[in-house]
Design a protein. Structure first.
Length: 270
């Protein structure tokens, strides 16, 4: 994504953190609703209710015509799935992407889960190692001088796990819009990447597949599926870089639990 990087003040980051915690609560409600027999529309409604009750606005609903509050992608659907009448079954791998706006500032986060009981170890590896790659990337951001260090940390985890990155889909800057400069790659690329500095707010979101990096977009012009039908996972957090450290905006604890295994402690925005 081209364009000037929008740097934020501490006060602006604090508003983004308010939006982020609402997103976290919406995703928790969606996770609880994602049980065998539920439709993806019902899961979407659970997240929508949390956002509405908080007095926030969905940043997905109406975005380029998108018709729902969340993106819900099942099994071979990797990202941008449209909630509807699909009934979830035990063993399905489900990715839920959600965002909210508070006072004009955006939060964006995603989770993956296995409905009911996992069908096999590969699905568990897919979900858990994609999540680990997210936290590895966030941990790298804490001391990175450039964003390619984040990308490398993500790739190190997914490559070791035998997972494939979804090519052509990336993380992004976030702030007064949901998608801003800079792009945040999930794998190493050539060239000089943007510098990490105070005021930077980004959404890191690894998207991985068990079998292929190639994908197709369905006739709905939204849903991205793996080219070979293999399953995928998607995790995301929005993170702020400030003068004293980093803070995960879409986690009430600032990312403390997720960062602890990497020896990184987030610093509150004050």
């Amino acid at each position: 994504m081209s364009g000037k990087i929008e740097l934020k003040t501490r006060e602006q980051m604090r508003v983004m953190a308010r939006a982020g915690v609402i997103v976290e609560r919406a995703l928790a409600a969606a996770r609880a609703a994602a049980v065998p027999g539920a439709t993806t529309r019902e899961v979407d409604a659970a997240a929508a209710a949390v956002i509405a009750d908080a007095g926030a606005t969905s940043n997905f609903l109406g975005y380029h015509g998108f018709p729902a509050t969340t993106c819900i992608s099942v099994n071979e659907e990797i990202v941008h799935g449209i909630p509807g009448d699909r009934v979830l079954a035990s063993g399905d791998v489900v990715s839920i992407d959600c965002g909210a706006i508070v006072d004009g500032w955006h939060g964006d986060s995603a989770i993956s889960l296995i409905v009911g009981e996992a069908l096999g170890g590969d699905d568990t590896k897919l979900v858990e190692q994609t999540r680990r790659s997210l936290w590895a990337g966030i941990a790298a951001l804490a001391s990175a001088s450039r964003l390619d260090e984040v990308s490398a940390a993500i790739e190190d985890v997914t490559d070791a796990a035998g997972l494939y990155p979804l090519v052509g889909y990336v993380g992004h800057g976030i702030g007064t819009a949901m998608h801003q400069a800079p792009d945040v790659m999930n794998y190493r690329v050539r060239g000089r990447s943007p510098r990490v500095r105070a005021g930077l707010c980004i959404a890191i979101e690894p998207m991985t597949v068990l079998g292929t990096s190639d994908s197709e977009v369905l006739a709905d012009d939204w849903t991205v599926v793996s080219a070979d039908g293999s399953r995928g996972a998607h995790w995301e957090h929005s993170i702020a870089v400030h003068e004293d450290g980093i803070w995960v905006l879409t986690a009430a604890d600032g990312g403390a639990a997720g960062l602890a295994p990497f020896g990184v402690t987030p610093t509150p925005l004050g």
